[in-house]
Design a protein around this ligand. Structure first.
Ligand code: ACO
Length: 427
């Protein structure tokens, strides 16, 4: 098998080395291309560009395969908890019982936020989107913890990691509590990671609160399924911000902003809004599908399509099954699930979607579960962020271990050539 590639271009040729990944994917290494030829490559959207070599997550988009550190997502979803999976992603191996106890103990002990930090929320309008609040609050953690900001100090990094994983659910839940004018609850260290989050979101000081184990398990599963997805938009953002040696809080805050976009994690909110709109407007599902196909209409079928998966998204399969289980166990009849199933069936038979290899993605069914347990639409993406956090951290750690250069793509300039300024009176 060749380990070199020949590139012929107007005016010359160059031999380029190749690398092969552990699952057989091959890449042409162009690190020295510009130095050797004066040329660069042009790949807007980076669909053909590997930004790094990574040992964390493997995806085969054609076969619908997703593995974290070699473990199939289906097995992790069935047999592990979110904190175990977080440990796996960040530190490379599943924890022993002792390692897990130590890790979860530390996380549980850091869930409170500084009392003064709670005052930040008062400055926000009630209708502030919780993603904006989460990104601002995560960036602001750097102001409270200047003792753990050095990305080259392993102890400081470890402290920041624990603080982030512990505090993001509290930060997200407080954004919600602020929006509805309810008092902020304190974390309860007796509860599990997810149980504690549910309490922060849904309990009040006036009533006792029991964590529903069905809901707790469903959310834990969703967090596992969202935990990493190699070099997607938000992860690449975290890596590129981190490559400037910005602190971990700054890099994660940037990742939260990238995730917010409707073409990325923000799609989960848009899916449920789309299903609600179909339901409320009494639109037929066929009519809606036709609109999503039309080039005159900019609306897309949200929760459909993926840059990498061109067969099926394995996470969507697991979530669809979980959707039925949760709704049945909670005894909830959900019109939105019926619409979603009809939409999926219709789209999967439609030439437009078949030809473009568009399948339901992770966001298509997750919102139905969130809605069934009473989560407001605008909290779906923050919950995605809580899930994705260990993946972002794992990728940030790996980027530093690899001593990656600062991320700085080039461009092909197509603007004006040098010109003279005309004095303002003559323009
Ligand atoms: N509905 C209708 N048409 C679509 C959809 C969709 N959901 N997705 C892609 N297409 C069409 C495009 O219009 C384009 O058609 P054309 O070739 O006739 O111009 C073709 O399929 C290819 O689309 P691109 O946008 O070029 O594909 P890309 O790989 O860049 O985009 C993306 C992937 C952003 C996920 C896209 O499929 C999309 O916008 N989906 C809806 C939003 C969504 O669900 N995002 C969540 C993704 S999962 C995640 O980030 C967690």
């Amino acid at each position: 098998m060749s380990s070199k590639a020949e590139l012929h271009f107007d005016g010359g040729s160059v031999t380029l080395p190749m690398v092969e990944g552990s699952e057989g994917e091959r890449a042409i290494v162009i690190e020295n291309l510009r130095a050797e030829t004066g040329l660069i490559t042009l790949d807007p959207g980076y669909a053909n560009t590997g930004s790094c070599e990574s040992r964390i997550t493997f995806i085969d988009g054609e076969q619908g395969i997703l593995r974290y550190r070699g473990y199939p997502i289906e097995h992790l979803a069935e047999r592990c908890t979110f904190l175990e999976v977080s440990y796996l992603l960040m530190f490379g191996e599943l924890p022993t019982q002792q390692q897990l106890d130590r890790f979860s103990g530390s996380i549980i002990n850091h869930t409170m936020i500084h009392e003064d930090f709670r005052l930040f929320y008062r400055a926000l309008p009630k209708d502030a989107h919780p993603m904006a609040a989460c990104s601002a609050m995560v960036a602001a953690l750097a102001t409270f913890y200047p003792d753990s900001l050095d990305p080259r100090n392993p102890r400081e990094v470890e402290i920041s990691i624990h603080r982030l994983i512990a505090k993001l659910p509290t930060i997200a839940a407080y954004a919600y509590k602020h929006s509805i004018g309810q008092p902020f609850m304190y974390p309860d260290n007796q509860l599990s990671y997810v149980g504690n989050f549910l309490r922060l979101m849904f309990s009040t000081p006036c009533e006792s609160f029991e964590v529903d184990p069905v809901v707790e398990k469903a959310i834990d599963l969703l967090l596992i399924l969202h935990a990493d997805h190699e070099q997607n938009c938000s992860t690449s953002t975290v890596r590129i911000v981190g490559s400037s040696h910005a602190n971990l809080f700054a890099a994660i805050s940037a990742g939260i902003n990238a995730l917010w976009g409707p073409r990325h994690g923000g799609a989960n909110q848009e899916v449920i809004e789309m299903l609600q709109a179909i339901s409320e407007a009494g639109l037929s599902v066929r009519e809606f599908v036709e609109r999503a196909k039309s080039s005159d209409d900019t609306s897309r079928l949200m929760g459909f399509g993926h840059r990498v998966y061109k067969n099926f998204d394995p996470r969507a399969k697991i979530i669809k099954k979980a959707c039925y289980d949760v709704l049945q166990r909670l005894g909830v009849q959900n019109k939105l699930l019926e619409i979603a199933v009809e939409l999926e069936e219709l789209a999967l038979k439609d030439d437009y979607f078949v030809e473009r290899k568009l399948y339901p993605n992770v966001d298509f069914y997750s919102g139905v579960i969130y809605t069934a347990i009473g989560t407001p639409d605008n909290m779906f993406t923050p919950m995605f962020a809580i899930g994705r956090l260990p993946g972002w951290i794992a990728q940030w750690l790996e980027m530093h271990e690899q001593r990656q250069k600062i991320g700085r793509p080039r461009q092909v300039y197509q603007g004006e050539k040098t010109r003279e300024i005309t004095p303002i009176a003559g323009r």
